[in-house]
Design a binder for this molecule. Structure first.
Ligand code: SAM
Length: 221
């Protein structure tokens, strides 16, 4: 799983998402000389590394509940602090963090409230309605739009949405390996029937769209 995600992300197909995230984070802490930034549910650290490269002056922590993902992260960089931890219990001091970002991962508003400084920001990347629609069309007879992110509907009053960007792009995916790596990054991988997987692995190429929201929230204590 970790290696499939690493292989897919290294193709650069999601680079525009990383670039937009980086741009927004820079804007969100432009007045802070050495911001403390946390990647919640960092996986193998693709976005963590990207942000560190763009903001070398920042202090970055990446954590994930998966030990194997964090082992992979540690092998790649010692410039970033890596932790095996749950989003429900982040081993970071109270009111210590300027920015938290979460990419296709979980948010725990109570944990985030505890560790954020007042006026701190959260950046969330979550699927839009048509995210990877073409991939889903190969797997399911009926493809429904992704529902609105429920987490954002249950926001406590201390978090306010201050901006929302809709990011969409076309990806030309060539070769069954890249297609299978993308599939393995998604929850659909666990639901796919053997027959559909076989059909999927015989596809030589696919044009597929990413469709995500980048939401910026401000926390006030
Ligand atoms: C879809 S992956 C996204 C990984 C990474 N953000 C990326 O986009 O490449 C979701 C990640 O959330 C992690 N995760 C799931 N539950 C978690 C929890 N309770 N606390 C921290 N991480 C969690 C998983 O191990 C996985 O690495």
């Amino acid at each position: 799983m970790v290696s499939a995600r690493t292989a897919f992300l290294n193709t650069g197909h999601y680079q525009p998402i990383a670039a937009a995230l980086s741009q927004s984070i820079k804007g969100g802490c432009s007045q802070i000389p050495e911001p403390v930034i946390i990647d919640a549910g960092c996986g193998e650290g693709y976005y963590t590394h990207y942000i560190k490269r763009q903001m070398t002056y920042s202090h970055i922590i990446g954590f994930d509940i998966s030990k194997s993902a964090i082992v992979a992260c540690c092998k790649q960089s010692q410039q970033i602090h890596w932790l095996v931890a749950s989003v429900n219990d982040i081993p970071v001091a109270d009111s210590s963090t300027d920015i938290i970002f979460s990419v296709f991962s979980r948010c725990d508003w109570a944990s985030f409230s505890r560790i954020l400084k007042s006026e701190g920001r959260v950046f969330v990347i979550a699927p839009g309605p048509d995210h990877l629609k073409e991939l889903r069309e190969v797997i399911y007879d009926t493809v429904r739009p992704y529902p609105e992110d429920k987490l954002l509907q249950t926001l406590p009053d201390s978090f306010v949405i201050i901006s929302r960007q809709h990011l969409q792009g076309k990806m030309y995916l060539e070769g069954s390996e890249v297609l299978l790596n993308l599939l393995a990054m998604t929850p659909h991988y666990w639901r796919i029937q053997p027959q559909q997987k076989k059909r999927f692995s015989t596809l030589g190429e696919m044009v597929c769209h990413y469709d995500v929201y980048l939401t910026e929230l401000k926390y006030t204590s």
